[in-house]
Write a protein that binds this ligand. Structure first.
Ligand code: NAP
Length: 173
């Protein structure tokens, strides 16, 4: 089975994701959810996000995209997204694309799912998730948590945009 490519992001309603190289909020339940979702899977991130986290995330295959970072203990450094995703797929069934903005922008057209923690309230910051159209995505799950709502989206494919077409050919017997 092909590996699922899942964008995982926490953002405000106006798509804010970062401030001065860090996350603008501290929401322990969101961090816990991030851990629960990603442990045992591959996490793919940009070099700046890796440096912001400051260490490889334990119990996950850490894949870092960079054209400048040398070999680094505990992580696989890849020079482009395609190679990074191949490393993720070789590891298992899910690759979580965990940011930052540059990596999200490149992954948006090819991700199968998005899991968005919609953070309540307003924060100051300087990095935003790239613009995207929610109409390209079907919301398949939503849970209210403390300080945020976590929603899961599946990319609408060509068939989903034409629901009149039956999914299978009719039984002509
Ligand atoms: N709210 C959230 O869920 C969330 C999640 C993650 C990050 N963030 C925030 O986002 C901000 C960082 O985002 P960012 O856009 O500045 O940085 P980033 O995407 O984390 O990292 C950018 C770097 O990754 C490398 N890179 C990106 N695409 C590449 C590609 N296709 N091939 C090879 N290398 C590639 C380059 O590294 P080199 O320069 O080394 O080549 C580039 O400079 C921080 O504020 C962070 O806290 C927020």
């Amino acid at each position: 089975m092909e590996s699922q490519k899942i964008i995982l992001v926490a953002m405000t309603e106006d798509r804010l994701i970062g401030r001065e190289g860090r996350i603008p909020w501290h929401i322990p339940e969101e961090l816990q959810l991030f851990r629960e979702l990603t442990v045992g899977h591959a996490v793919l991130m940009g070099r700046r996000t890796f440096e912001s986290i400051g260490r490889p995330l334990p119990e996950r295959r850490n894949i870092v995209l960079s054209r400048t970072l040398g070999p680094t203990p505990g992580v696989i450094v890849c020079v482009d997204l395609r190679k990074g995703l191949a490393e993720g797929a070789a590891h298992g069934s899910k690759t979580f694309i965990i940011g930052g903005r540059q990596v999200y922008r490149e992954a948006l057209p090819i991700a199968d799912f998005m899991r968005i923690s919609w953070i309540s309230g307003h924060y100051a910051g300087d990095v935003y998730f790239p613009p995207f159209s929610l109409s390209d995505w079907e919301e398949i799950d939503s849970r209210d948590r403390t300080g945020f709502r976590h929603a899961t989206y599946r990319r609408r494919n060509g068939d989903a945009k034409h629901p009149d077409h039956p999914p299978c050919s009719p039984d002509l017997r």
